[in-house]
Design a protein around this ligand. Sequence first.
Ligand code: GLY
Length: 560
Amino acid sequence: MLFAALSLLLVTGISCRKSPASPTGLVTEKAMVVSAREEASAIGVEILREGGNAFDAMVATELALAVAYPYAGNLGGGGFMVYRKSNGDVGALDYREKAPLSATADMYLDSLGNVIPGLSTRGATAVGVPGTVAGVFEVHEKMGSLPLEKLLEPVIALAERGVIVTENQENRLERYRDQIIEISGEETFFFTKCRVGDTLKYPSLANTLRRIKNNGRDEFYKGETAKKLAAFIQERGGYLTEEDLAKYQAVWRQPVIFNYKDLRIISMSPPSSGGVTINQIFKMIEPYDIGDYEHNSGEAIQLLTESFRRAYADRNFYLGDPDFVEIPLDFLLKEDYLHQRMSDFTFDKATKSESVSHGTVEILESAETTHYSIVDEMGNAVSVTTTLNGAYGSKLYCDELGFFLNNEMDDFSSKPGTPNMFGLIGAEANSIAPEKRMLSSMTPTIVEKDGKLWLVVGTPGGSTIITAVAQTILNTYEFNLSMQEAVEAPRFHHQWLPDYIIFEPDGFPEETKEFLRSKGYLINEERTPVIGKVDAIRILPDGRMEGGADPRGDDTAVGY
Ligand code: GLY
């Protein structure tokens, strides 16, 4: 009798946990693209409808974001792609920017060894060698199926036809207009104020894209565009040369792959810290059964915060470009080590970050990047995060070529122990060297459940990327939210230092915060930023897919 009752309880308990939430986002039968702008998602889907695969759609969506979303979409930046083919093969492409040949470890320090403010964040001196064009050509060459011209045509047409300014875009341009003018001059395209409903046409960008369409990858790295770009940056005191561009190569990497319960999670490897850090987080929380607590309850926040704290302390110390530094991955990802890291955690009180490591910093600024997720009719999946680093990158806009340049050099540790624009303290592993790639937080991720494709997920948000991706996966898996609900749910963040939790505005009740304070957690009430803009796809049990498009931006799922 007791056994029967227990079995019933277990069965209902398990089936409650396992029965997937009904979708609340866009549901489609065959294919989907979710990105920061409807125009870019629609172009990706147009390519899929014309018989292209997810990799063709990646090329078109990436370049369409450079037109429709200059805030973070780019030709002048870089990114990472994680993929899973329909046959289960997985891989990752690193088209991260790298330091110019003339870079040195102390290039942003004054004669006293102090960081010179602005040099790694604004203008030509902040620019790393862009990787995006190399990235899309690499993807197309290895995995694309349609001719490149076909992928570029709708993007060029969008640049010529123009993009309608949304309210979010008007606000963003207004917020950064003075800085863009200060860096790029009064002649800049963005001098004119933009209003909601205006159409922004990009003829210079259309010309650059057309030359790339006609002349191929070399146009950007060795051709007229390369010459113009190097001259433009050098005239403004930057480091990038024609040689830097000519030498740039995207690199295929082995992704970080790990299991969490019955999930198999595939994420980006170094030079991104995303995969390693998210792997550590999941393995640290796995023994605690977080799903037994209520979603965003004090205990769930406590457990995640303590894993974030410990994982970020390792991130900042050990990680850097794997082509330059030995990263002890076997050690960092060992379950014994991760369980031992949590051995001093107790639900009774907060661990202090000084006892995990030491240092004091403050977060200076939030930052931007953009993510898109794609699944095609065959079941190939692509998860891509791409960036200029800060909002509009270095704020340096090349009017002749029609795009912004990154300020990715700030993702290096200019001076080990000193925070970058995300408040992240870096170490020697991420110090600057010629041709080295700067450490990233970008976490494009794909999740399998029961051996099948289940989630495609990622987000912008600088140092908050990793914790936002972790929360989104847990929201669906442990707290049984739909994809759209998981994306919309309020998020929080902790990154070891500074030793406080930040919460999104209005999402967390005062009693939850009071509970955490009573345990000794510090909460930064002044900083309540939007944390991430997650764009994700969930495969439903019947094979249809549900989009999760983040309402924090203009993000849109499109599919068929
Ligand atoms: N620039 C943001 C990142 O790579 O994490």
